[in-house]
Write a protein that binds this ligand. Sequence first.
Ligand code: COA
Length: 317
Amino acid sequence: MPAIREGARGAVISGWGTSLPEKVLTNDELAATMDTSDEWIRSRTGIAERRVGGTTIGLSIESGRQALEMAGLDPSRIDALVLATTTPDKQWGSAAVVQHELGMRCGAVDVNAACTGFMYGLVTAHGLIAMGADRVLVIGTDSLSRITDYTDRATAPLFGDGSGAVVLESVDGDGELLGWDLDADGSALGILQAEVGGYIEMEGKEVFRRAVRLMVDSAEKSMAHAGVTIDDIKLIIPHQANIRIIQAACDRLGIPIERASVVIEHTGNTSSATIPLALADALDRGRVEYGDLLLLVGFGGGMTAASCVLRWGGDAQ
Ligand code: COA
């Protein structure tokens, strides 16, 4: 992928929001219905509980509404809505319904790149702003409980429902995006897939092995394009699939896991929502200051990988 073209119109995130369904599904509740245990799930994945029962449209409306409110924007001022999801409520139109319900009057599109969907959406939104849009709402939402087989102990503990959203606004100057990478390898689709109308099927060990390599490769490309090294990164915002994958990726990149934003314990893997949920958590906890460099990086079905380096607040030094 190319480095960002000199003089491209920049953007910054000016608001964010999150949404999780109310129903909590704990490891113990899962263990009551299948041959597993809280200890096994926690030690192998870092997950203690997940939220289930949301709809993609409903969760998106809530996180999107919060992001607009924080940005102080009337919905009519948004120029485009990009909704990343791999679990649309219907075959098409999820983004359009969210657009309508939030009172926006703009183009609206569903983007499906599995767990890297939010990253694909965020990079696309920066591209729309480079081409003249002023404000773009990017939402990452998944309701994976609908495509999870709760009789399969190999997959059921991993997944949950959730949503995160950001408002991106154009700025004078370079904006926040310093480097980005989008990657895909369709030869590996079979190790993590879901037929239309079916459940998630996965070769866990092989996904694990590739995931770490994909994240590290993509992160290194984004950092090279940004002209920075891992030592410059204040916080890594990784896809939350398994705490051991996050740990292994941090080890290989040479960043301590204390500099990662981790929310997996209480959310599980929410696919398109993990990165915006982890980003919002870091922001809400005051872990990010103006000028800090953030590395967002994920992998997912396809297989896909994606990352970017952001300078929080744009070209502040
Ligand atoms: N509870 C108890 N035992 C379980 C279990 C569960 N929920 N799931 C699997 N097991 C068993 C297996 O049957 C196997 O038993 P055996 O040795 O008698 O055959 C044993 O535990 C080890 O299974 P294995 O699949 O080798 O475990 P693992 O250490 O690879 O961990 C995952 C399994 C799924 C947690 C791990 O491979 C993983 O996280 N992979 C990546 C998945 C992912 O991130 N997917 C989403 C990508 S976006």
